[in-house]
Write a protein that binds this ligand. Structure first.
Ligand code: SER
Length: 892
């Protein structure tokens, strides 16, 4: 049975039994920030188990894309070492949300495996949950297997929590489970005692896990009962394919064979050559699949979270490629096989084909260098490690690791892989120490230009004071007490006119720079003077510090002041911030869901937005994005800002930046149903305030990162005006209407080029005419005519052509042309055929070229030379007559 048929027959079987066939979710689950990647079929139904969501069906079946590379379910390190572990795999599953329970689940599973697929009963074993102190044993499942199915009691094992109590993660639905195991054959026995699925993982393979969902694990570990007992089953397609295709390794099934063959073809290493080369082939085959599916679901390599997993998989694959002797990029033909074989079931692979090529090629080139230099060194060091005392492992010191990392950018996890294979342990604590010291050094040098005591001062101030930020609703505040004044890093009682320093207020409407939004500017005005606010920072949590310059009078500690934000500037910033959210949402819609914010600047005069994307955004996409944002502005949509708990916010689907730390209470900014983002910035109340949104630039700024810039409000109007003024002035000067300007300029440039060409031709023919006239007066030496001329300003080709025609006109003689171009000079010699044996052009030019500090040569009738010293060109030309005379004499 082919794997495609197995998928089909699984789904058909459960569809016939009243199950809704549901599509696999993407690997990156849109609704679950607790998971890096989908790791089980039940993930997308999490809320249906807990009752938070209800669907119009209570039975479902899926083939789910899974990736087990992190968290509770992580097989990354095991891949390749066994015949049956994978990072990416497909999980066949049937589910009941409060519908059927244990008995039906067990009966349906047994009937499919033995009845429909014909797996012999005597090769199957069963496990059930044996209970712990706090969780009851699953006697019910045991009885169903024994009494209803007829499995011999000695083939039903009762195992502990680690094996037979399934959890999705630290939180989420869970329950006791029951597994089906398949006996691959007694010749595989790998233990001395009793060989059972519990003791012998070589001989037995788990094929299907039936989870009897009964609880939800809360934060802290407490088990709460689910609204109704439910079923979640999972069977790896790769394993059941091995069983039904009678293979002992998943890598021998039709899911992997073509991949292994492609690797063998590309590397020239035969499958089965050595244990190590097989290991590498398995890793590459596995990782190639994972990479394709990750990219297709919008992940791009980065140094953070999901992107890092992708990068790590790519790098491991690349390293194993090296081990098979593949030095350059090699993944392309292998990912091509993944796409070709899987696209029928997963069409997203076809759509992502280019992205997959691009991502893998880039990473292969980039990582290739790191790898080459780092690996050589690491290999040397590992080989040179002294043997350890008996029983102890050899250890690679932290300093070496740090050097590898610091000098070559060699990733620690890769070093761990390599060391692991040689039985060496890494001194990671030592590595951390070195990293820490380096950070300290960097900090010390950075502090050079700053007030040394400052961070300390802020810390101690923050312990006593706090600034309340009121800037979301206010831009001006009356009678706020000045809590602290600093001058040159020290607390003082006042700042006087001309002085620059810092001021802390009890409350402030001033926004401190954060999340890409620049700080507010404005004024602090007291009874005795006024200061301009130049910058605002939040050096420690709870403390907002204004950097000010007093321009009139004085600013005094404890006095009440008025804090006044520059309103027009704030309004401009606000427009750009709300526009940034609209831009982000539109980019995701137009360019793709893989677009993620990679950096942002929200300033009064413009906005800048960096995002992950591996190619230039097409002109039409840029236009589309701009049009969408403007349509949303014209629709004058409400912008709502609410505070809520982080969990609530994430549940509501708010876009959070991965790798960013959020407080428990967060602000969520929502624009109609278009955009929901966690954001601490200041925003418009309605999109209409933004005014015209104009994109002004789109370009790449780093591998996989694009940047767009845009204008809104007054700035886009100003740009429109200045562009318009240019057009108007062009209209006037050219005396034509605007719509004809582009054509007109094109035409005129064309004419100009034509005129230049004609002028050039006239100049060349002028020189030629003059020289031809002078032919008559060509000098005679030793009986030959010789014409020596300077032709500065002609091109090399023109000179050559001229020399040739002069040579022919001469009938019998020698032509020497010299030209200078800046510092450089060149010489060209032409000799008529009758003389070329007596005065070969090549030798003549070589001799003359010495004078201009150069060399050259060529045919006996036509030869060229260049030199670096144009100041001596005339000297070289003057020498020509003598040299020719000497040669004539010598050969006469
Ligand atoms: N959730 C269980 C597993 O992943 C059964 O689908 O094994």
């Amino acid at each position: 049975m082919k794997s495609t048929e197995i998928r089909r027959s699984f789904l058909d079987y459960f569809a016939e039994r009243g199950h809704r066939l549901v599509k696999s979710s993407p690997l990156v689950l849109p609704s679950d920030p607790t998971l890096l990647f989908a790791n089980a079929g039940m993930n997308q139904f999490k809320d249906s188990f807990t009752g938070r969501e209800s669907r119009d069906y209570r039975r479902a079946a899926t083939v789910q894309k899974c990736l087990r590379v992190s968290g509770k379910h992580n097989d990354l390190e095991t891949v390749g070492r066994t015949p049956r572990h994978h990072t990416f795999f497909e999980m066949l599953g049937n589910f009941s949300f409060g519908d059927y329970f244990k008995r039906d689940a067990i009966e349906m599973a047994w009937q499919l495996i033995t009845g429909v697929w014909g797996v012999p009963e005597d090769r199957l074993w069963v496990t059930v949950f044996g209970g712990t102190d706090r969780l009851a044993a699953d006697d019910e499942a045991f009885a169903i297997w024994r009494d209803r199915i007829g499995v011999a009691p000695e083939r039903i094992l009762r195992l502990g929590e680690a094996d037979n109590f399934w959890r999705m993660g630290e939180t989420g639905p869970c329950g006791p489970c029951s597994e089906l195991h398949y006996d691959l054959g007694a010749d595989l026995i790998s233990v001395t005692g009793r060989s059972t699925p519990e003791t012998d993982s070589r001989r037995y393979m788990e094929i299907w896990n039936l989870v009897f969902m009964e609880f939800e694990q809360a934060v802290g570990g407490e088990l709460l009962p689910l609204p109704a007992p439910s079923i979640d089953t999972g069977m790896g397609l790769e394993r059941i394919s091995a069983v039904l295709q009678d293979k002992r390794s998943n890598f021998e099934t039709d899911l992997f064979r073509p991949l292994v063959a492609a690797i063998a073809a590309r590397s020239g290493v035969e499958p089965g050559a050595t244990e190590n080369s097989d290991f590498s082939m398995r890793v590459i085959a596995d990782h190639a699949r994972a990479v394709c599916f990750l990219v297709a679901d919008g992940v791009v390599p980065s140094n953070d979270k999901r992107g890092y997993v992708l990068r790590r998989l790519l790098r491991r694959a690349i390293r194993h490629g090296r081990k098979l002797g593949m030095d350059g990029p090699f993944l392309d033909p292998i990912t091509a096989v993944v796409i070709e074989r899987m696209a029928e079931t997963y069409p997203e692979l076809l759509a992502a084909r280019e992205a997959i090529d691009e991502v893998t090629r880039r990473e292969e080139l980039r990582f290739g260098e790191t790898l080459s230099s780092g690996l050589v060194l690491l290999d040397e060091w590992l080989a040179a490690l002294p043997p350890a005392e008996t029983g102890a492992a050899r250890v690679l010191p932290g300093e070496s690791l740090f050097r590898l990392h610091d000098t070559f950018g060699f990733p620690l996890d890769l070093a761990r892989d390599v060391a692991d294979e040689r039985g060496v342990v890494l001194d990671e604590a030592g590595f951390d120490r070195e990293m820490h010291q380096q950070r300290e050094r960097a900090r010390a040098s950075w502090k050079g230009g700053k007030v040394a005591s400052e961070p300390g001062v802020w810390k101690s101030l923050a312990a006593e004071l706090m600034t309340k930020f009121v800037g979301y609703s206010e831009v001006e505040l009356e009678a706020v007490p000045v809590l602290a004044v600093l001058h040159e890093g020290r607390t003082v009682d006042e700042l006087i006119a001309g002085q620059t320093g810092e001021v802390v207020l009890a409350a402030t409407p001033f926004y401190a720079e954060s999340g890409g939004q620049v700080a507010d500017t404005g004024w602090i005005v007291g009874a005795e003077g006024r200061a301009e606010v130049l910058d605002v920072r939040r050096p420690v949590a709870g403390l907002i510090v204004h950097r000010v310059r007093v321009d009139v009078g004085r600013l005094v500690l404890r006095e009440p002041v008025r804090a006044e934000v520059d309103r027009a500037r704030r309004a401009a910033v606000r427009r750009n911030h709300t526009a940034t959210h609209l831009l982000h949402a539109s980019l995701r819609e137009v360019v793709g869901l893989h677009v993620k914010q990679a950096g942002s600047l929200v300033a009064p005069d413009r906005l800048r937005f960096d995002f992950s994307h591996f190619r230039a955004t097409s002109d039409s996409a840029v236009e589309e994005v701009e049009a969408r944002v403007n349509a949303q502005i014209l629709a004058d949509l409400p912008v709502e800002t609410v505070e809520m708990n982080l969990d609530e916010a994430l549940d509501s689907g708010a876009m959070a930046l991965f790798g960013e730390k959020y407080a428990d209470r967060v602000r969520v900014v929502r624009v109609a149903d278009l955009s929901v983002e966690l954001c601490g910035g200041t925003h418009c109340q309605r999109t209409g305030e933004i005014g015209l949104f104009k994109l002004t630039a789109e370009r790449g700024v780093a591998a996989g990162t694009r940047r767009v810039e845009a204008l809104t409000g007054g700035a886009s109007l100003a740009r429109f005006r200045s562009d318009h003024a240019i057009v108007r002035s062009l209209e006037e000067q050219l005396a034509i209407p605007a719509e004809r300007i582009v054509d007109e300029i094109g035409q005129r440039l064309k004419q100009l080029r034509e005129v230049e060409r004609q002028l050039e031709a006239a100049r060349v023919s002028g020189v030629r005419e003059r020289l031809l006239q002078e032919l008559g007066q060509a000098g005679q030496v030793g009986g030959v005519k010789i014409l020596v001329q300077r032709v500065d300003g002609l091109s090399a080709a023109e000179t050559r052509e001229l020399a040739d025609s002069l040579r022919q006109k001469l009938g019998s003689g020698v032509v020497v042309l010299g030209r200078s171009d800046g510092d450089k000079a060149s010489l060209l010699v032409g000799v008529t055929d009758d003389l070329k044996s007596r005065v070969p052009a090549g030798e003549l030019v070589r001799e003359l070229a010495r004078i201009i500090g150069g060399g050259g040569g060529g045919r006996p009738d036509l030869a060229e030379a260049g030199g670096r010293d144009a100041t001596r060109l005339q000297e070289a030309l003057d020498a020509a007559t003598d040299v020719v005379a000497r040669r004539m004499e010598a050969t006469g």
